[in-house]
Design a protein around this ligand. Structure first.
Ligand SMILES: [Zn+2]
Length: 348
């Protein structure tokens, strides 16, 4: 028996090819921590286990293990190899057997699918949130401008609201934001009005702090200034939480990461149109933005319940016209009006 057992690491006597000569040499092999050691009278070599290509079991029951320097271990008795490996505490002792089992292959496949699913559900948001933290504000603003240009070419026309009316809404909201941030650390934002027959009464936020509101929404809530400002507050919530950036990073994780590394957002910006047309903010992001709005209203002494009228009017309009608004990130596209009405009505 070429397997020697002791309280030392079990030693296997086996055949070694150096990768240059066709002649095998008999060597002693044992595991030492994360390394494989092989030794004979002339040499002692040590290989990190992670760099070894692991035994592809041949049908003849012999084991071949490739070494990182091009050498090869050949062991004729696979069972003996396995026993040595197990007794050495080798972690991958079952790999060879597993490779031969279709059931194991299926398990491995399902495992991979499960891993991908888990990564998709939990990993991508984490990585995305991480990447969002790395993206500088100038880059975010550039992305927002690209998004705005796209939307202007498809959905948005210049506003026909009187400038004085636009300015009144803007400065009223400015006061509210200042009130909510008494320490003077108010977030950066800017508000642009657009006419948009396609989007109808709507509002949305883009990366970098740009908030857009349609003339149609101003008309819908002409007598409800506080609800109008509440919608701006919801959009400001998206700005503060950098949800627009997060959405774009998420839908284009690879080009976003390349953009971060190379400092070049060209590839990332190219994904903007598709993202805007198809993606929405997550439900959690919407809840957080509603929460932000409720707090901002409340900080100004206004009950968040003023928001209810918006949902009532918009759902009435949507049932009448039956054409849903075509921008998933926009305020009127967010689902669950009932849940949101309850939220604003019951907020304390
Ligand atoms: Zn929203």
């Amino acid at each position: 028996m070429s397997l020697s057992l002791s309280c030392e690491a079990p030693v296997l006597t086996t055949q070694w090819f150096d990768g240059r000569s066709p002649r095998a040499r008999t060597v002693q092999a044992w595991l030492d921590g994360d390394s494989l050691v092989i030794k004979d009278d002339e040499l002692e070599s040590r290989y990190p286990l992670c760099e070894m290509r692991w035994p592809e079991r041949s049908t003849h029951g012999q084991v071949l293990a490739e070494l990182p320097d091009g050498g090869l271990l050949q062991h004729a008795d696979a069972a003996e190899w396995d026993q040595w490996w197990r007794q050495s505490g080798g972690r991958e002792s079952r790999v060879a057997a597993w490779q031969q089992s279709w059931r194991a292959t299926l398990c491995a496949l399902l495992g991979s699918v499960a891993f991908l699913a888990v990564f998709w559900v939990w990993g991508v948001p984490l990585v995305s949130r991480g990447a969002v933290q790395l993206i500088p504000h100038e880059m975010e603003a550039g992305l927002g401008r690209a998004a705005a240009e796209q939307l202007e070419s498809i959905f948005l026309k210049p506003s026909v609201l009187p400038v004085s009316q636009q300015e009144a809404i803007r400065s009223h909201f400015f006061q509210w934001v200042q009130t909510a941030y008494p320490a003077g650390n108010a977030p950066q934002w800017n508000l642009t009005f657009y006419r948009s027959p396609i989007l109808g009464p709507n509002a949305f936020a883009l990366p970098g702090g740009a908030i857009a509101m349609t003339d149609e929404l101003v008309h819908l809530l002409g007598d409800q200034r506080e609800a109008l400002l509440g919608i701006l507050a919801h959009e400001l919530g998206h700005v503060v939480h950098r949800d627009g950036l997060d959405m774009m990073v998420r839908s284009s994780l690879v080009s976003a990461l390349v953009g971060v590394v190379l400092g070049d957002v060209t590839g990332f910006v190219a994904t903007v149109p598709a993202t805007l047309a198809t993606q929405s903010y997550s439900r959690d992001a919407e809840r957080a933005a509603d929460q932000f709005a409720a707090k901002l209203l409340s900080a100004n002494g206004v009950s968040p319940a003023v928001m209810v009228v918006f949902f009532e009017r918009i759902s009435e309009l949507q049932t009448k016209e039956k054409n849903g608004p075509g921008l998933p990130i926009a305020m009127a596209s967010h689902p669950d009006f009932t849940e949101r009405i309850r939220f604003f009505r019951e907020w304390r």
